[in-house]
Design a protein around this ligand. Structure first.
Ligand code: PLP
Length: 373
């Protein structure tokens, strides 16, 4: 049985070149980057070269990049830091953000009593930017935290518009670019956002490593104390092999971006047309969605909801759940719950997410398997 991986919004397989880079570092560069001898200097130089590689593709300065263990860590740190030490009194976000953002915001609200406002979600899964602007007020120090591409449905935020609205009202803008970075060009000289978070395992790099961009004018207190690593902001001996793997994955993602965008977009279009011709009444959840994420509401009965993922898994096909499990033991998706009707939310939705490793044959097998359910 051939395994088919169509869950690339959850995580991605590593590129062979990334594995090779990491193996080389593990074998040859075990020095502690804080040591001043040649072993240490060599490890340190891998970190700084990696930082420069990332900065080059994002068109920012290397000093503006800080390595973290994950995007979740970076988001927790930045939001807390802005509220605790930088006078933020209000956060504007949306209910369709990743839990890394939502739960952090809820905790900050509880702990510091800040005001939190959620932007209206339109019936097509996009945010109402008029509602967003109405929520801003120059008099209240405000942070806006919104994701670029939604990880469940793939809807996209217009970063340029949001950045300029934030500038108009002097609000800080933190953007979760986990699903988009490495898949679409980001030029930080043109996009005046203040913070960005990223995670290597979403662009064919290793897990447990990510980075954050912190614009030069933002002042940050350390996330951890106890060492001078990462400009003293994140103490702890660096995971040199992870950082090297992240930079290699980012470099390759950017170098192959044009051709991979095209092949993945073609694959998504093919999948949509095959689904539409085989399952009458299928609905795509979300409008104007990103090229590698497809979330569909299947015209199956509610009773089949629980069976679908199980049956696909038995056939070696990995996709992701889009909505409630029939048993009631799994909560409905907090994203779909924001814009689907109470009837539709009970029906089976699937998230199918693609990478350049997927093929049309794999889509055909997915369709064949769905037909047997
Ligand atoms: N934000 C989004 C949009 C994500 O999809 C994810 C991962 O699922 C995260 C944040 C969390 O990233 P990490 O795995 O680096 O903590």
């Amino acid at each position: 049985m051939k395994n088919i991986y169509l869950d690339n919004a959850a995580t991605t397989p590593l590129r062979p070149e990334v594995i090779q880079t990491m193996m080389d570092v593990l074998q040859n560069d075990f020095g502690n980057p804080s040591s001043t001898h040649s072993f240490g200097r060599s490890a340190k130089s891998i970190i700084e070269t990696s930082r420069k590689t990332i900065a080059k593709y994002l068109n920012c300065s290397a000093q503006e990049i800080i390595f973290t263990s994950s995007a979740t860590e970076a988001t927790n740190w930045i939001l807390r830091e802005m509220v605790k030490n930088n006078g933020i009194k209000k956060i504007i976000t949306s209910k369709i953000e990743h839990h890394a953002t939502l739960y952090t915001v809820l905790n900050l609200q509880k702990e510091f009593g800040i005001e939190v406002e959620y932007i209206k979600v339109l019936p097509n899964g996009n945010l109402d930017l008029f509602d967003f602007e109405r929520k801003l007020n120059e008099e209240i120090p405000t942070l806006v935290t919104l994701m670029h591409v939604n990880n469940e449905i793939g809807t996209q935020l217009n970063i340029d518009t949001v950045s300029s609205i934030c500038q108009k009202y002097k609000a800080i803008f933190h953007c979760d670019t986990v699903q988009s970075i490495g898949k679409v060009a980001i030029d930080l000289q043109k996009m005046p956002l203040d913070f960005l978070v990223a995670s290597a395992h979403k662009f064919h790099g290793p897990k447990g490593i990510g980075f954050t961009f912190i614009r030069k004018n933002q002042s940050m207190q350390p996330m951890f104390y106890g060492g001078e690593q990462e400009k003293g902001l994140r103490a702890g001996t660096e995971a040199v092999h992870q950082i090297a793997g992240l930079a290699k994955a980012f470099e390759l993602a950017n170098e192959y971006m044009t051709e991979e965008t095209k092949s993945i977009s073609d694959l998504k279009s093919y999948c949509i047309s095959e689904l539409q011709s085989n399952f009458e009444g299928i609905i795509i959840n979300g409008e104007n969605t990103f090229y590698n994420i497809l979330n569909v509401l299947l015209p199956f009965s509610e009773e089949k909801t629980a069976l679908i993922l199980f049956n696909l898994d038995m056939k070696g096909i990995a996709v992701s759940r889009g909505s409630a499990c029939q048993s009631g033991s799994v909560k409905p998706s907090h994203v779909l719950a924001e814009f689907l009707s109470s009837d539709d939310i009970k029906k089976p939705s699937l998230r199918i997410s693609f990478s350049h490793y997927n093929t049309k044959e794999e889509i055909d097998l997915l369709i064949e398997s769905l037909k047997t359910i």
